[in-house]
Design a protein around this ligand. Structure first.
Ligand code: IP8
Length: 256
């Protein structure tokens, strides 16, 4: 694999599901994303969120991002819903010849970075596209929800892609979500305090606020981060080539 070309794409839960309708998938969006990604020849890793699948059950049964004694029924249903959503995503990616290879974060999250890198690169070298997702994991203190955004950050640190693209259901990061003309073209880490961000209260992992924090950490490790509307094929295609038609950029901080 031409390592320098690697791109990690995070498919937001609000993009691939209808967040206000429990357990409802947005097949149209997944189709648009899959079609756009199939047009790129760059090596790719995909991560997807929980939307109205994982978050619906995590919220219902009180699962948290910190390990806790969560009810077995809730753990089981949350995990099963993520697997169901993952299968839908895989089906669509397969339809466009992307050859997805599904990995639970369990398969790699505790590996040393070198081993993690080798695993993902071996899969890519076999012509596959690794696909992973936010999940419910077990620690000695109990179960916890690991968000796709956190996984994206961990993978970025281990694999050092040329860029990370967060695909959203909106055009990018807005200074004020109620003002359509407040889209931020380039976001600097220090701007974070000046932005009013509305998170869906269903999101147990912290919604847009956490996403931005993880994105800034990715940029601080040297990788460019883009926020792009995942319902617009042309914007996804451009972003894969490193260009932004409409969206938000956080420039990777390069240390000499
Ligand atoms: O939507 C959450 O992943 P996210 C996954 O990326 C679960 O925060 C299980 C709710």
């Amino acid at each position: 694999m031409a390592r320098k070309e690697l791109i990690i794409v995070k498919l937001g839960g609000s993009l691939i599901t209808y967040k206000d309708k429990p357990l409802t998938i947005n097949l149209e969006s997944i189709d648009v994303v899959s079609k756009a990604l199939s047009k790129s020849d760059k090596p790719l890793i995909l991560v997807h969120g929980g939307g109205s699948f994982g978050h619906y059950f995590a919220n219902k049964y009180g699962l948290k991002t910190k390990p806790s004694k969560a009810p077995a029924e809730g753990v089981s249903k949350t995990r099963a819903s993520m697997l169901r959503l993952n299968l839908e995503v895989l089906d669509c990616l397969n339809k466009y010849g992307i050859h997805p290879y599904s990995l639970s974060p369990y398969d790699f999250i505790k590996l040393p970075f070198k081993t993690m890198r080798e695993l993902f690169i071996s899969l890519i070298d076999c012509g596959l596209t690794p696909v992973t997702y936010g999940d419910v994991l077990l620690e000695p203190e109990g179960f916890y929800v690991l968000s796709g955004d956190k996984i994206t950050k961990i993978l970025s640190k281990a694999l050092r892609p040329i860029r990370v693209i967060f695909l959203l259901s909106v055009d990018g990061i807005f200074r004020d979500l109620n003002q359509k003309n407040s889209l931020i073209k380039e976001l600097k880490p220090e701007d974070l305090t000046n932005i009013q961000i509305k998170s869906m209260n269903m999101d147990v992992t912290g919604g847009m606020v956490l996403k931005l924090k993880e994105a800034i950490r990715i940029a601080q490790s040297g990788t460019d981060v883009m926020f792009i509307n995942g319902t617009k094929e042309d914007r996804i295609c451009k972003a894969m080539k490193g260009e932004i038609l409409i969206g938000t950029l956080i420039r990777g901080i390069k240390n000499e």
